[in-house]
Write a protein that binds this ligand. Structure first.
Ligand SMILES: *Cc1c(COP(=O)(O)O)cnc(C)c1O
Length: 432
């Protein structure tokens, strides 16, 4: 099924070698499961492709926002990746987990003075600077602390990766970065080079998410290297690092497109080397920032069915004990998922129903028009597959619903990585 960590045995869904129905009984639902081996396997795919094909010093950087908790930083650190962090919260989580912060890349389009101080205090290796104000503020604060901070400059190459607008960030009119096309990015390089407390190491872009077209990163690299050549011409300065961001797509359902990531990395690395030669610039080392493709298929979510409502002549609903609070992606982007009835996994599918959550919101849909066994009912366990990315990290306490725990599964064994939120957790900051 969908991925090699999903199997059906004796009518039950198994994940990472474990019986999901037993895990639902043991830990309760809703429940996030994560497959540790799969996360490591994905990290290694990036690392080995970059080691094999890209210049020395190249590396993959895990985009924490896809799924952020202490345990994940330990795995990513052990696998030799860096980490993108976008807030004091992510920095604090990484540092508390013992992540080597010199491998941290601080992203974001509005870093406050307080964020900057915090990140410098934590020794974050690189700032990915997004705007002129940030360059000024970072230079000033680094100066106060007597440090020279390494930075990359985030620019927009003007690439539309042909995905949803919400996740297309490399276009000229994006809120992220500084546009190459308008000449403003070159101005920003001038500003960065003039700052004595900043060390410009390279340039960064992130064109978007759910990229399946193997050409997208080549087109982005072409614009970025053209820009690097312009920097060289105007300032006589060679960039050391070319960061092409994240965005590799992931398969959520059978029949969806796929992209061979190691093959694409090889293609991109060869292109960058060839093009750099052609332009007469030094070949920069590469950075890639995968988030989704590291964790998506390493996660599934389990729920318990509460009611099955058949509105005669209209439609059917299967309601579960979670919802947009633990997975807002259908509500936000109409994202598609594969759904399996975990305790009746090989039963015939003969009921079509919307899988809906328990929140007070008609848009609280996990997935419309899902196939279920005809006898699905209260107490059955439903699994939503490929929820490792942008589920836990986007979860909320809407309707004062506690967030589910994350249980890590490895070779059939399970342990809690993040505790279930308690009712006490929900009121712990209420003072009046
Ligand atoms: C979101 C994001 C990523 C990760 O994107 P994925 O689609 O999850 O791989 C990487 N870099 C930046 C700057 C991002 O904003």
């Amino acid at each position: 099924m969908l991925y090699d960590n999903i199997e059906i045995k004796n009518g039950r869904l198994y994940f990472a070698g474990a019986d999901t129905v037993e895990l639902a009984e043991k830990y309760g639902t809703p429940l996030y499961l994560m497959d540790e081996n799969k996360i490591r396997e994905r990290c290694r795919e990036y690392k080995s492709a970059l080691d094999a094909f890209a210049p020395e010093g190249s590396c993959a950087i895990y985009a924490s926002k896809a799924c952020c908790f202490g345990g994940i930083y330990k795995i990513v650190a052990e696998e030799g990746l860096g980490a993108d962090v976008v807030s004091a919260g992510e920095i604090f989580t990484a540092k508390s987990a013992g992540f080597p912060m010199e491998r941290g890349y601080f992203q974001g389009n509005n870093k406050t003075d307080e964020d900057i101080r915090f990140a410098l205090g934590c020794g974050v290796g690189y700032f990915v600077c997004d705007n002129f104000e940030e360059l000024d503020a970072l230079d000033r604060i680094a100066g106060e602390r007597g440090v020279v901070q390494k930075i990359l400059l985030r620019v927009t190459p003007g690439i539309d990766p042909h995905t949803y607008d919400e996740v297309a960030t490399g276009k000229v009119d994006s809120k992220f970065g500084i546009a190459v096309e308008t000449g403003q990015a070159l101005e920003a390089v001038k500003s960065a080079l003039s700052k004595k407390n900043l060390s410009l190491e390279g340039i960064h872009c992130h064109v978007g998410s759910m990229v399946f077209d193997s050409d997208v990163f080549i087109r982005a690299a072409a614009v970025m290297l053209g820009f690097a050549a312009e920097i060289k011409k105007v300032f006589g300065f060679d960039i050391k690092i070319l960061d092409l961001g994240g965005g590799y797509g992931v398969k959520y359902y059978e029949g969806q497109g796929e992209i061979d990531i190691p093959a694409n990395i090889k293609q991109v690395a060869e292109y960058v080397a060839g093009k750099s030669n052609e332009l007469g610039i030094k070949t920069p080392s590469l950075r890639l920032e995968p988030g989704r493709s590291i964790v998506a298929d390493a996660g599934i979510t389990l729920y318990t069915v509460g009611s099955v409502k058949k509105i005669t002549g209209y439609k059917n609903y299967v309601s579960i004990d979670g919802g947009m609070t633990d997975n807002p992606r259908y509500a936000l982007y109409e994202s598609r998922y594969t759904v399996v009835t975990a305790n009746k996994a090989d039963a015939e599918i003969d009921l079509t129903a919307d899988l809906v959550g328990r929140c007070c919101e008609s848009g609280d849909i996990i997935q419309p028009a899902v196939g279920f066994p005809a006898d699905i009912g209260r107490g059955d366990i439903v699994a939503v597959l490929t929820t490792g990315a942008y589920n836990y990290s986007m979860a909320s306490n809407y309707n004062r619903i506690p967030r589910p725990p994350i249980v890590m599964v490895k070779d059939g064994e399970s342990r809690v990585a993040v505790r279930r939120e308690s009712l006490e957790d929900l009121i712990k900051n209420d003072i009046l």
